[in-house]
Design a protein around this ligand. Sequence first.
Ligand SMILES: N[C@@H](CCC(=O)N[C@@H](CS)C(=O)NCC(=O)O)C(=O)O
Length: 129
Amino acid sequence: MQSSGRAPQSTDREALLYRDAEHSHMTTESPDLAMYELQGCPYCAKVRRAMDDLDLDYESHEVPRSKSDRETVYEISGQRGVPVLVDHTNGVDGMAESDDIVTYLYETYGDDEEPPPSGIVDRVLSVLF
Ligand SMILES: N[C@@H](CCC(=O)N[C@@H](CS)C(=O)NCC(=O)O)C(=O)O
């Protein structure tokens, strides 16, 4: 591109922002995330912690306590356990398994941040040291 010697106009700046976002796999807007979860569920708490660490907002869907009543969870993820993540921004329809979800969130939105250790011993060590 040839420089015209003028200050960038807002459309130029937007184009640059979009170009940079494409290159770094970042979006210029907040991602559209939803989580199916249950109060008191430690696996859900782990994903909530990752969301908080990464400053991500999400729509929370509290699921019924009884597994057999979790029809929506089954429809989107093929199983009835929670947490389940939906990322409308990236076409993720129903990701299960808290470790997979945490890894996905850090890889997609972490900006080179490392996910916290998932094993109990590593977690205790990371709090102590
Ligand atoms: N390995 C799974 C375990 C998830 C899990 O056991 N969630 C409980 C609630 S705390 C549940 O929904 N259990 C029902 C089931 O697994 O079908 C994960 O890490 O996401």
